[in-house]
Design a protein around this ligand. Structure first.
Ligand code: FE2
Length: 288
């Protein structure tokens, strides 16, 4: 069972980003904007789509499309003021994917998405825009009490596999406090209950991934709403398949702020980039 730690000398950002509570606001996109985003995704996917393992499907960099930027940029500025996105500020030879439409047909593990290696730019917030869910079924995302102030990481305690990623760490071997995850429940008293796991996750991912974690908030997947959370917060999707849905679609954006004091260790990865996104034209149906 191997961990994957891309930068053992990672600079942690705790002192640069005071912890704040995650929030969700309805009506970030109005109904005509929402329909526009859905038809945009359908129309553009054949020429701009990427797939991962035939389970996750992406259109990258929504801000590269002027018709989307025109809608998103002023709305996000009104919340965050001056902000930057990864594609504007990175100098990475093989960039990480950071902002995207994501059509998911799989349930993935608890994780964080932080990008920590860009001097002068601090990853300030994660933004999630739910757009649709199969058959309009109920689903949600969860946010844990636990925080991790290093780069994006996949929490997969106890998993025996050799999965690698281009940028994210993978914690498999030790309990999460070993890696610096804060707030890990050690006595198992307050950690995620078997009931919660059975109702929200089922058997799609091992329950050992949740060892020492506890749930702070659940956010309903409400199309048109905006979810804003600190990148340090461990989070993930609940299993929409338990509720009869086979897919969901949303947009994920990482918001950066200029901060000249942020001078991290700049290693993108000590490993050769592996993986992962492949051009694809085949998208499972968006019909509900
Ligand atoms: Fe995420």
């Amino acid at each position: 069972m191997q961990d994957l730690i891309h930068n053992p000398n990672e600079t942690f950002y705790k002192e640069y980003l005071p912890a704040s509570e995650p929030i969700q606001n309805p009506g970030f996109l109005n109904s005509s904007e929402l329909s526009f985003f859905l038809s945009f995704f359908k129309k553009k996917f054949p020429n701009h789509g990427f797939g991962l393992a035939n389970k996750l499907f992406f259109i990258l960099c929504p801000f590269d499309f002027p018709e989307l930027k025109e809608i998103l940029a002023p709305k996000l500025s009104s919340i965050f003021g001056e902000f930057y996105i990864y594609s504007d500020i990175n100098l990475d030879p093989v960039p990480q994917s950071s902002d995207f439409f994501i059509y998911q047909t799989k349930i993935f593990m608890p994780h964080t998405d932080s990008i920590t290696h860009i001097p002068g730019y601090l990853h300030y917030k994660d933004v999630i825009l739910p757009l649709a869910v199969d058959k309009d079924k109920h689903t949600s995302t969860y946010v844990c009490d636990q925080r991790y102030y290093g780069r994006a990481s996949h929490l997969m305690h106890g998993k025996k596999c050799n999965k690698t990623t281009k940028y994210s760490n993978i914690f498999r071997k030790h309990t999460y406090d070993y890696y610096g995850v804060e707030g890990v429940q050690k006595n198992h008293k307050n950690q995620v209950s078997t009931d919660w796991l059975n109702t929200n996750i089922g058997n799609v991912i091992p329950h050992s991934f949740f060892r020492g974690l506890s749930i702070k908030r659940m956010f309903k997947w409400i199309p048109g709403s905006i979810i804003i959370q600190d990148p340090s917060l461990i989070h993930g999707p609940t299993n929409y398949k338990l509720h009869g849905a086979n897919w969901k679609l949303g947009i994920s954006i990482r918001i950066f702020k200029k901060n000249i004091k942020w001078q991290p260790n700049t290693i993108f990865s000590r490993y050769k980039p592996s993986c992962n996104l492949l051009k694809t034209k085949i998208l499972p149906s968006l019909d509900k």
